[in-house]
Ligand binder design. Structure first.
Ligand code: HEC
Length: 180
């Protein structure tokens, strides 16, 4: 348990939290990232179909990550996967262990790892839960060909294909440094 920490909320106000559960803190940060990413992807697909989604994704996903993280204090949220499309989402050794654990158990529950006294990582697994995911991460049968042409052009070493609906895809990681 943590005595007292100050968190700048995702809105703007400063909230003083005592005895905060670090898992909740991480999960909340991840939720705000999930919301923003989904909102951006949905908007792009609605506006111009899957091809537009593929185009928008390249710049927007990274911009959304930066924007959400800039509003979080002492927390950085990122995505990691063993088959990255964006090379920046390659896991470190400690993150790889947790990914393997999810892969084995297929658990939907988040995992919190204490790195040291004030440093934690909260992991939330990502599954291919929505049908739309396979249009850009699926196999020959499910990939949207025109969208994937664009993706392949943008990510020469793309590994993030071959997934089926409900497959384990990776995890969100909230990297949390607590201020004592
Ligand atoms: C319109 C195409 C498109 C759709 C639909 C799509 N993605 Fe992606 N996805 C991308 C692109 C492009 C990237 C690389 C850009 C980025 O996010 O950094 C990416 C990256 C990711 C990453 C980060 C790891 C990596 O490989 O770099 C995860 C995790 C992910 N997608 C999961 C999903 C899930 C789950 C769904 C369904 C809800 C989904 N994607 C739907 C195009 C798409």
């Amino acid at each position: 348990m943590i005595k007292k920490i100050i968190l700048i909320s995702t809105i703007t106000s400063t909230i003083l939290i005592s005895d905060t559960n670090v898992t909740t803190l991480g999960e909340e940060a991840i939720m705000s990232m999930v919301k923003s990413l989904k909102h951006t992807l949905k908007g792009a697909i609605k506006e111009g179909g899957m091809v537009n989604g593929a185009n928008v994704c390249k710049d927007s996903a990274v911009a959304v990550e930066r924007d959400v993280n800039s509003k979080l204090n002492n927390i950085v949220v990122k995505r990691v996967t063993t088959k990255p499309r964006n090379i920046d989402n390659t896991p470190s050794q400690d993150e790889l262990k947790v990914l393997n654990e999810f892969e084995k158990t297929n658990s939907k529950k988040s995992i919190t790892i204490k790195i040291d006294e004030n440093h934690y990582k909260v992991y939330k697994p990502i599954y291919m839960e929505m049908k739309v995911c396979v249009a850009c991460h699926g196999d020959e049968k499910t990939l949207n060909k025109r969208a994937y042409d664009i993706i392949k052009n943008n990510y020469k070493n793309d590994k993030a294909i071959g997934y089926k609906k409900d497959d384990f895809r990776g995890a969100f990681v909230a990297d949390i440094i607590l201020k004592p």
